[in-house]
Design a protein around this ligand. Structure first.
Ligand SMILES: [Zn+2]
Length: 505
């Protein structure tokens, strides 16, 4: 007869979202799901037990902003970068994907593009994965419905600066870069039509409507172009300070006002403001929340913007959009995080290998370097180290790294350690400190802007739907990652066999 549990993870301190305590419990797992949380579950009721050694158990992180397959072929990047995710305690990876240069390097309709994406992804991810899609050409707007119905893709992205600015700097060849026709315009009107389409789909599919959303990268090309020229001509600033000045915070703020006005105009209530990097961006986002209280804005920050500033030794290694900012902006972001004005924290992982990242002839030239870097493997440890220093609770970390993004993006079986949820569990030793060494990462990036930073909260073990995928510094087993069709159905409400026994604090 089969036993009650496939696995019991014994003796862990469970850090659940929406709670105010950390409880010492055992976790009973059956068929990849959390089945029971209780004290002293009996080992003989399980096929296997795992000693949790009094580590913290967090719900597996939902890294809701990644770019797997941007600078290397998707089929290769999926392997190395999803292993990096597993190392960092990330069990769900949501990846931004679009037509045009980089990624699959092709344009055309998503009905032809997506099968190739799935072909290259299938069986190559070590963690569960899904996609957010950016409608780039006008014809893509009509495909949003098919993306929802056929592929369970319910989140759409707008890159506000692409209409007049390239990925790494100035560009005058936008239609070529985005691989769109001469009559297509990637501009504010296009963004409006994306929001209108999302709104229509929310009405058409009311049962999915809370999980349909539009995400925006908020920076404006006109301001970036003008300030890049000024900073280059001036020649006084170099490195990250120059790049930050060339993409000034008010460009973010103004873009946020425009995006919010459009959201109200189009009656599109679910808006995600991605990777806010500065005090001005955060202020603008908060003002817009007061002006349009009926819009369910979500505000995102990245671990890079929370750990690095323009004075970092990492210099060109940390070139990213929006830029790494001066320390006062970093402090403003932390203030917002602690004030609960931020909804989730992500890595914005975009593995850009050393050979591609900087110019071989002029390696310190910030203008010639490419944008983006990886960091999913330091997401949880980075937030835990700095968050603990600033008095953030483990429960809140579980909300910012798992529960909140899972709920917004329709990952209803993710985000908590509770009966019926997927047994995505990460065990962390909060007292184990380590120094970031890119050489020790599974990522193929080969360097890290976080190099040399000491973090606490080392990830010891990662479980994906009850299977151990990372242990003692090594990836374990075959790639088990499954594609995440969204919205997932809610965890089944189970009856008598499943109860949560909470220990009083
Ligand atoms: Zn990104």
């Amino acid at each position: 007869m089969s036993k009650l549990f496939d696995l019991i993870i014994k003796n862990v301190r469970v850090a659940r979202p929406n709670k105010t305590s950390i409880d010492s419990l055992d976790i009973g797992i059956k068929d990849g799901k959390v089945n029971r949380l209780a004290h002293d579950l009996l080992a003989e009721q399980a096929e296997q037990t795992f000693d949790g050694r009094n580590y913290l158990a967090f719900p597996g992180c939902v890294d809701a902003h990644m770019h797997i397959g941007i600078y290397s072929p998707l089929a290769e990047d999926a392997v190395s970068e999803s292993k990096a995710a597993a190392m960092g305690g990330v069990t769900s990876s949501l990846n931004y994907m679009r037509t045009g240069h980089y990624y699959l390097n092709r344009g055309g309709p998503y009905r032809e593009f997506m099968p190739e994406v799935f072909k290259q992804s299938n069986g190559r991810f070590w963690v569960d994965y899904g996609y957010h899609i950016a409608p780039i050409e006008a014809a893509h707007i009509a495909e949003m419905e098919d993306l929802i119905v056929d592929h369970g893709i319910t989140s759409f992205k707008i890159f506000m600066f692409y209409g007049g600015y390239g990925l790494h700097g100035r560009s005058s060849q936008q239609n070529e870069f985005l691989m769109i026709g001469p009559d297509d315009r990637y501009d504010i009107a296009h963004f409006e039509f994306i929001m209108r389409s999302a709104q229509r789909l929310m009405e058409k599919f009311p049962e999915k409507s809370s999980y349909i959303s539009v995400s925006l990268h908020c920076e404006l090309a006109e301001i970036l172009n003008a300030y890049t020229k000024i900073v280059e001509r001036d020649g006084k600033l170099t490195g990250l300070s120059a790049y930050s000045a060339a993409r000034p915070p008010h460009s973010e703020g103004l873009a946020i006002w425009i995006a919010s006005y459009l959201a109200n105009e189009t009656n599109c209530p679910n808006i995600n403001l991605l990777h806010l990097s500065s005090r001005k961006a955060m202020q603008a986002a908060w003002i817009m929340q007061q002006v349009f209280p009926h819009i369910a804005f979500r505000r995102e920050v990245t671990v890079g913007h929370l750990l690095l500033d323009t004075s970092c030794a990492c210099a060109v290694h940390a070139k990213v959009n929006p830029p790494i900012r001066p320390r006062e902006d970093v402090e403003a972001l932390w203030e917002a995080v602690l004030d609960r004005k931020v909804d989730w924290i992500v890595s914005d992982h975009a593995c850009c290998s050393a050979e591609q990242k900087w110019s071989r002839d002029d390696p310190n030239n910030i203008w010639l370097a490419k944008s983006g870097f990886g960091g999913t493997e330091y997401l949880l440890s980075g937030v835990l180290s700095e968050g603990c220093r600033r008095g953030m609770s483990y429960n809140r970390m579980a909300e910012l790294l798992s529960w909140n993004p899972a709920k917004r993006f329709g990952l209803l079986s993710k985000g908590d350690i509770a009966p019926g949820y997927d047994a995505d569990i990460v065990l962390v030793d909060p007292h184990s400190t380590f120094v970031v060494r890119a050489a020790e990462s599974e990522s193929h990036q080969g360097y890290s802007p976080f190099e040399g930073i000491e973090l606490s909260g080392r990830v010891k073990n990662t479980f994906l739907r009850g299977a151990l995928i990372y242990a003692d510094g090594k990836i374990v087993g075959p790639p088990r990652g499954e594609y995440l069709r969204r919205p997932q159905s809610s965890p089944a409400v189970q009856t008598s066999a499943v109860q949560v026994y909470n220990q009083p604090n």
